[in-house]
Design a protein around this ligand. Structure first.
Ligand code: COA
Length: 167
């Protein structure tokens, strides 16, 4: 699969080790990988759009294994961004069967919007299969240790954003 640009999109509110696992897998398969910090209209994120872009950039830039991966903030349709970047592939993670229906719905809609982009699904390590951004926020807000599940920059950003134990 040479000369193929792949996009790994998400809300990344915040980015977790599970997301990083998927991005690393994508990097092994494709020449160019763009992490797209996008807007899910159904979500009210904790971090603003600009904060999510900046935090995701910092995390990716500090990770040796992700050298060359680019982070972009995307407002508007993902498939339009894919067209602009000449990307043929959108990569998503599938953690469990419960992800499947939502992903299938997005895949069909993306295909209706742009026939030229393929969705590809990668499975994370099983140790990340229970992770989600919401569960990270919940554990943190309730005083739990999230340092095993997210990069150090995310722990710092969470501390700055909401501080400890502010339920
Ligand atoms: N590791 C950890 N968590 C993972 C994960 C993994 N490998 N894969 C998924 N998740 C979690 C996320 O943490 C997130 O958890 P949360 O719901 O608790 O926040 C959830 O699964 C899925 O979120 P995420 O991967 O961040 O993406 P999303 O589903 O919010 O993103 C977009 C959807 C942004 C890709 C989609 O809304 C989009 O394309 N928006 C742009 C506009 C557009 O084109 N809309 C039409 C789409 S058909």
């Amino acid at each position: 699969m040479s000369d193929i640009t792949a996009i790994v999109p998400g809300t990344f509110d915040p980015i977790t080790n599970g997301h990083l696992d998927i991005i690393k897998r994508a990097k092994k398969l494709f020449d160019r990988v763009i992490v797209a910090v996008a807007v899910n209209a159904g979500k009210t994120p904790l971090f603003t759009f600009d904060e999510r872009v900046e935090l995701t950039k910092r995390v990716i830039e500090d990770d040796e294994e992700l050298r060359g991966v680019v982070v972009e903030g995307v407002k508007g349709l993902l498939v339009d961004f894919a067209k602009k970047e000449n990307a043929k592939v959108i990569v998503r993670g599938l953690r469990a069967v419960s992800d499947f229906e939502y992903e299938l719905q997005m895949a069909f809609m993306n295909r209706r919007l742009n026939e030229n982009v393929e969705m590809i699904y990668l499975m994370p390590y099983i140790k990340y299969s229970f992770l989600s951004s919401s569960i990270i926020k919940d554990v943190f807000i309730n005083g739990g240790d999230i340092s095993k599940f997210v990069p150090r920059q995310v722990v710092e950003a969470m501390n700055k954003k909401i501080g400890r134990g502010e339920v």
